[in-house]
Design a protein. Structure first.
Length: 60
């Protein structure tokens, strides 16, 4: 019964270590995207773009 208990605790600590490692691991890389884009790029002349002016409204 002792070897089964040791295996159980060993697996429990192993999986706990893996979970903690995943939580604290840094993921600095951007996700890699493969394939071709489904949308075509739009040719927009930047002189045709205007900024919008917004006015703040009261919630009264």
């Amino acid at each position: 019964m002792g070897i089964i208990r040791m295996l159980f605790w060993g697996l429990l600590f192993y999986f706990g270590y893996k979970v903690v490692q995943q939580v604290f691991a840094k993921n600095d890389r951007e996700p890699e995207v493969k394939g071709t884009p489904k949308q075509n790029k739009i040719d927009i002349d930047e002189s045709q773009i205007e900024d919008a002016d917004f006015e703040e409204l009261d919630d009264n």
